[in-house]
Design a protein around this ligand. Structure first.
Ligand code: CA
Length: 257
């Protein structure tokens, strides 16, 4: 009994360590890559952004968002006392301001914006931050679960029961997102905590991946027993093979015991 208790106790308080890898690719149709990502295993910060507003503007928006959010979140520097939802909000607001004010100064960049999905990893679990239609998934025991909700017109219609998921995929309005970073002077992110077990695999990705690959295919690819770098490459290559219509980014984070 005593051993049993100790084992369960140890599991409940297990300190999680993370490994990560990422790949971004222009895809097969677009002339440039407006996706951007940032990662710091040391600080437990992982971000994927998908820019919009025309090639140059989209690239500027997504890279500014990654830069600003990384700067704020990595400056915490192991300060566990600073509540994560607060610093996640601060990072989002800083990124929003940076993009919005740059666009105000330069009319050619008017209307540029970006999605942002981030994973903030702690020793006891992770926080997810989301604006737009990039996504965060978790693979646990070979079962895939989408953790974020898309801020898109079609996804909102599906949630309201006015559209089926199949109709949403085909809809001409499927590119319309209802929340983005940098397009307005303020923004409201989704920020939530996810309980984490050793072995959990998280994927952050842009819609260039999820438009090409079905959830069952993503689930089977992520279940392969491969190094994270190899898994990222497989995911991106599969999306390119399926059409590669858009830029593709895949960032994987594994929680280890
Ligand atoms: Ca995209």
């Amino acid at each position: 009994m005593y051993t049993d208790f100790r084992e369960r106790f140890c599991l409940a308080t297990a300190v999680l360590h993370y490994t990560a890898a990422a790949v971004t690719d222009r895809g097969r149709k677009r002339p440039s890559n407006e996706d951007a990502y940032g990662l710091s295993v040391e600080h437990g910060v992982y971000i994927v952004c998908d820019g919009m507003g025309g090639a140059a503007a989209g690239e500027i928006a997504s890279s500014l968002a990654v830069e600003e959010a990384m700067r704020v979140l990595c400056a915490r520097d192991g300060d566990e006392s600073m509540a994560l939802p607060g610093s996640a909000e601060e990072a989002v607001f800083a990124a929003n301001d940076a993009i919005y004010s740059r666009a105000e100064r330069n009319p050619r960049l008017n209307g540029m914006g970006t999605t942002l999905v981030a994973l903030l990893a702690r020793e006891t679990g992770v926080w997810v931050v989301n604006i737009g239609d990039s996504r965060c998934y978790r693979l646990r025991n070979r079962r895939l679960e989408q953790l974020t909700q898309d801020h898109s017109l079609v996804d909102e219609q599906v949630r309201l029961g006015r559209m089926t998921p199949a109709e949403a995929l085909r809809s001409p309005l499927r590119n319309v997102i209802t929340r983005a970073l940098g397009t307005q002077s303020s923004v409201t992110p989704d920020i939530f905590e996810i309980e984490t077990d050793p072995g959990d695999l998280f994927m952050l990705c842009s819609d260039g991946l999820t438009r090409e690959l079905s959830d069952p295919l993503i689930e089977s690819l992520l279940s392969l027993d491969l190094r994270l770098e190899e898994l990222c490459a497989r995911m991106v290559n599969a999306a390119k093979k399926a059409g590669g219509h858009d830029n593709i980014t895949c960032l994987l984070v594994r929680a280890g015991g």
